[in-house]
Ligand binder design. Sequence first.
Ligand SMILES: Cc1cc2nc3c(=O)[nH]c(=O)nc-3n(C[C@H](O)[C@H](O)[C@H](O)COP(=O)(O)O)c2cc1C
Length: 164
Amino acid sequence: MKSAVVYYSWTGKTEAAAKILQELTGSDLFKLEEAKPRKSSTPGFLGACFSALMGGKSRLKPLAADLKAYDTIFLGTPVWAGHSVPAINAWISDSELKGKKIYLFVTQGDKKVPQAVFDSLKLRTEAHGGKVMDSTFIQTVMKEPLDGEKARPVLADWVRSLEG
Ligand SMILES: Cc1cc2nc3c(=O)[nH]c(=O)nc-3n(C[C@H](O)[C@H](O)[C@H](O)COP(=O)(O)O)c2cc1C
């Protein structure tokens, strides 16, 4: 019984949430990295939105470890243009998730529940054999780092609710 936190983060907020979750759950941490780094310019932003909207899949750097040994995965993604991001899309489509329990965590600017993102991630992870057990999201502020003071209790409550 091993758990992993697998995430993608462009501007560091999902990464900060992932690290808090790692601490709270004693999981191993795996960062998904795109082979081609994104440019933080207006064209870079628009390209990211377009690719997410189209359900794009990016080329990923290989992960340092095999996830076969893990039966529980916390999967973290930001929202781009109302969708999951190309790195996460690629990871799901390349992964064998049979028998794995999946817990989704999302960060986004919007305060509304990202239900369409949850639904779409569930559909795709379950098509690859995983079982989505629960999901949560954290609202972030675009130009600021994740507010750990706010995020930690939200994530701690979530983890407690999963144990109970
Ligand atoms: C290209 C791009 C598109 C975004 N689109 C949305 C969106 O449609 N809805 C939303 O709530 N937030 C949106 N955001 C805000 C991010 O989801 C939010 O800042 C997230 O926490 C970033 O995570 P990261 O720092 O791990 O990359 C967008 C951010 C970027 C960079």
